[in-house]
Design a protein around this ligand. Sequence first.
Ligand SMILES: *[C@@H]1O[C@H](CO)[C@@H](O)[C@H](O)[C@H]1NC(C)=O
Ligand SMILES: *[C@@H]1O[C@H](CO)[C@@H](O)[C@H](O)[C@H]1NC(C)=O
Length: 415
Amino acid sequence: MRSRRMLCRKQCIFLIVVLPLLIVPAVLIIKHSDGHIDEIFIPPKRLPNSQGTYIGPVVQYEHVNLTGVQKIVRPIDAPKARPAKCNDYVWSGNCRDTCYSFNILVRKKQRKQIVLKCEKSKTQLNSVYTPKQKMVHKVDFRDSCLQKVTEWYCRDKLSVPNIVHYVWFGKWEFQFIHFLSFLSAFKVQKPCLIMVHADKLPTGNLWNYFLQICQKVVHVKRKQPKTVMDKKLTFIEHKADVAKLEALKEYGGIYLDTDQVLLKPLEKFRSYDVTIGLDNGGQVANSIILAKKNAAFIKLWLEEYRTFTKNDGNKHSQIIPFTLAQKFPHFVKIVGDELSAPNAHKISDLYARNVDWTRQYGMHMHLKLRQKSFGKEKFDMHTVKTMNTTAGAVARYILYGNTDLCTSPKGYIIH
Ligand SMILES: *[C@@H]1O[C@H](CO)[C@@H](O)[C@H](O)[C@H]1NC(C)=O
Ligand SMILES: *[C@@H]1O[C@H](CO)[C@@H](O)[C@H](O)[C@H]1NC(C)=O
């Protein structure tokens, strides 16, 4: 009897006192992070007392697989790893078999997603497992935690932080070309974050598939801007033009149009304050812009909008920045068309011919123009396997890591 009472006392103490102590923090952690924390990213090392200065060589990070960021162990000159087999989840780079059909409907029970966390003196970028297939960390445009995380995690010794920015306004389905753009940015540039400045996130199977592959998306909530420099904005294209400059001014990084793909890392351009390419005669190409935070050129460009009118066309988005660049050459690096060729006049180079693109860092896929001029031909996960054009080769390069045409009949299997 006595011993039983003793036992009860022990159990009761455990139940009433100890258990809640164990459960409460556990619940708090789960509630906070929406899944258990899988990985805490480590910011690059800095010298004490001098923020932003690096100790020794910059730590190189690489997404080896979907489990996140890892230090590269192999020396730069070591032979490349053998191409991996194709896998619906793992996008390690090359999978050789361009006949493989990716199953875009696969879903893991839990997917990974980064979350930002700022408490008093702690700033963290964590990776959590979540059962929610579409859960994307959401923040306001000028969120102070996002500012801190980008400063702490995404800044290295180069001027332009390795952040990729997209602007997405309206409720639209994520198309195959969008998927190529996002996937190439993720695979090729290995950004610290992919910020989607959007009123509504994209929808559709390809978007959900992209979230399975990439955990680095942050939804930066943005209303479509109504004015700039007290001038009214009417057309969605102009609103997006302004939003992209504002994103670059606020955070710095690499802005990409949602139909601009990346073919080579942009490290070489990240040392300039601003880099922009040429379209043709007297105008810049604005489907890709690199800029450091608060860059003088971006500020000047935004200020030029005080002369904006409704029927501006591409004056403020392409012509004025060209003139500005002539006036302030030390504020901006102007490159040729290797960031985004071909321009709109040469769209058949993409969809009707095979041209050499080995020198290019990126390519503008001209989604809208394609729909107008080549819309009859399907351009998707399946057709690109056998499409003998520049666009077909680029798509295969992004999806499979090589440009070979699929010549085997199994390429026609559709999931
Ligand atoms: C991913 O990387 C981790 C850490 O190196 C490793 O343990 C794991 O096996 C890898 N997973 C895949 C699917 O390659
Ligand atoms: C693809 O097109 C090129 C010309 O652009 C041609 O030389 C080549 O033979 C074609 N390949 C196939 C497999 O049809």
